[in-house]
Design a protein. Sequence first.
Lengths: 406, 582
Amino acid sequence: MTDRRDALMQLFSAKGSKVNTNRGAEYYDNLAVQMQDRLDELAKTPAANKISIDGILENEGLSRRDFMKWASAACAMLMLPPVFTPMVAQAAELMNRVPVIWIELQDCAGNSEAILRSDAPTIDELILETISLEFNETLMAAAGHAAEEHLEEAMHTFKGKYLCVVEGSIPMAMDGQYGTIGASGETFKDHLIRVAKDSAAVVAVGTCATFGGVPAASPNPTAAVGVQDIVKGKAIINIPACPANPANITGTILHYVLSGQVPELDHLNRPKFAFGYRIHDNCERRAHFDAGEFVEEWGDDGAKNNFCLYKMGCKGPMTFNNCSIVKYNSGTSWPVGAGHGCIGCSEPDFWDKYAQERPMADTHFKAPTGGVEKTVDEFGLGLLTAAGIGIGIHAAISATVGKSEE
Amino acid sequence: MSKKHIIVDPITRIEGHLRVEAVIDENNTIVDAFASSTMFRGIETILKGRDPRDAGMLAMRICGVCTGTHYQRSIEAVEHAFDVTIPKNARIVRNLLQGALYLHDHTVHFYHLHALDWVDITSALKADPKLAAQEAFKWSDEPYMAGEGELKVIQERVAKFVKQGRLGLFANAYWGNKHYKLSPEQNLIAVAHYLQALDMQRDASKMMAIFGGKMPHPQSIVVGGVTCVQDIKNPARIAQFKSLLNKFRNFIKRAYLADVLMAGTVYADEALDGTGGGLKNFMSYGDFKLDDTGFYGAEQLFPSGVVLNGDLSKLHPLDQTKIAEDVSHAWYEGTGKPEHPYEGTTIPKYTGLNKKEDGFAYLKTEEKYSWIKSPIYDDHRVEVGPLARVVIGLAAKDPLMSKYATGFLAKLGDKLGLGKAAPASVIFSTVGRTAARAIETELMADVMMGWVDELAANVASGDLSTWTEFDFDEVSKDAKGFGMAEAPRGGLGHWVVIKDGKIENYQAVVPSTWNAAPRDYKGRMGAYEAALIGTKVANPDEPLEILRTIHSFDPCIACAVHIVDTKGKELGSFKVNTSCAV
């Protein structure tokens, strides 16, 4: 038993599973020069949208100091040393130079809604509102031909410069005709390829656009796929979760402004600054996991005392996302905070693997084979079930230990 | 000039993918209309074979806008099948979650999805902020942040935005169209509230996050109850909810209601002549359980029923066995006659669009033209939604709904100088549909204040119970149930058949299925289509009036699209227990 417990300890403390947050002075010096060049270059380009952050701050009754506070927090989120704070602030002011075209495919508008509802009076959305959001079906005033004309115009004007944000999956069955858009009846697939073609980069938001999500859940009736299965030869950034956390969307755009490049990504094209940790690593209930204190059924004494939700099916140990740090709706809460386990919504195929109320060890899913990978890059499917079983064992041991101590 | 056939695709400022085609005659009047959903996912198929306890999470993803409401209906369907009655705390928390969704959804709908059909942003630039501040007092005794100074700041902010040359989301709209009727001052007030509502709605979503964990797609409801025991246990958390609610309620009364009254008065001609009235048949499933009686026995905030031909004097009791679905004009194979949803087949039969030389692809309106089926109640096409709830409330002589509705009509009559309340018939219009939503929002905000206190008192009395235990293996052997209630957009039902612990069949018939449906086997129009007929458009190249009426329904198209089996097989049948008619 001790062996297993040690193995588990090792698994969760192995060096490889940490994101490297200190890359040494030389790395950051180079990065600083690179970023400053990029910002200077951007500052020279004609603004797509000339609203200044200062004006917005003033109108919203926020001080420069509030803004700098936000910039330093954003800096930390992007895993940059504090000396980068002024540059992050400068990047935020230049965000209006990056036009965004946001298209919706096989979606539920959840990500558009998330952006709309996102963090309360923080500056994140102010910035999102001040980027040049050229096209978003949920919010735009024009419709029909006028909307299509505007899309054409924006794609032409900002050729090679705009970020193409995609929400929703792409149905491939029946020649893609499970989804059409516009007066010509263009399929979602053709629409995506057309809009992505002249973009600077493609940002897939939400798990449908990244990995197929809900429509792609078994048996995937429309043969739905994610953006990366369709768009080739473009930088693609995946920001999964259901819906994607708006803080991560902002962070990604900010990084693009800062560096002119996509942020460092993991093997699933997710930005490491957001998806570099497991939910479990920073969970507020982690101490209860370590102490072997678990909720055993909904509404029990454990639930009333904030115990760990692993036995109620929490997939925090398998899920890479920063929910436990950033939370949702102005930090109001998050699923684990509301007493429900994580459903693994930022992982591929989570509907068929994680989104249920039983621990992995108790599910009927076949255990995939594979080695014991440790890092976010290597943390493949194989481990997930293995870890699930391992943690299941831990849960069992802890419960026994707990009881014997009583 | 002959008739003109126009396509509006995409219809923006909605959830989902919707196309409308309209035929406009030489007098610029819409003489024919067709609504089509152009996207399909098949979520109900995906649900089959899963553990019924997990269905809610997935079913919720039918829609990211009315998100929590699908979650609740799905969980309720399973609870109904298992005959599990949830604890009082869970009932109140669920009511608060859905109530907050109503407030959020309706407010965002009015300001961010619908207002630009009534409000000309560019006109606001011509307003005199001083006069606008005075104007605001016509519509509210305490106008919401609409003093001269505040309006001036907003105007300058908008002017700056317009001046920089890129209108972004506001580009290429129909600014200056002569069917925009508000004065520059009125437009300025509305624009100010459009921007303030962006802030306010974040607070409303915080309310949902308090008990739901996050929004959209909350995560605290489980079969048997709710999981947020920590949040109800904490008096500060409940107080936070109440304080956010109070703040939002303030906005609803002083801004939302006032603006709707203002628009309703200015556009009263269109309400009085019944523009956008449509079917005039209405249905409500009823919702918001007010006591802890078991399934479908509890008293409800919104009564259920059916009203036909706009006859408020006659309320027909709702009998769900009278619901049938027809696929004559939907992309599914059928027998040619309407069938009960659980007895009919669902075989996809996509017949495509008609590509013409002008480069456009037109709906084959004589044949099949939408992914949405045509639901029928007792062989009537009916409309669902806030207007239906107000109509049913009035017909049922529900004291609460009557109070709020007649209160609004009295104010409207006063503003129009009628010397009496505006006639109830004005609600059978596009304007009325929009007003009904506002009336209901105010009612909900007031009622919720009491619910929060009820929850606090119950917890203070020592009741911390949030979940009802059940023996899953026992109850899930062979069971079926349904969750029927009112989403913000109207009657929503999820039906589930469970066998040996797994979902055998799953069906959802949702508000936009009722409203956005194509024609039926008798060639009768769906609610959107009927509402467009007879509408005059100022400029056929600018479908402003079409958007106005379609938006008044608050379309949610992802929800509406029906199930399909990949192999086109029958999805099994589900006989409805007639004793369960609600």
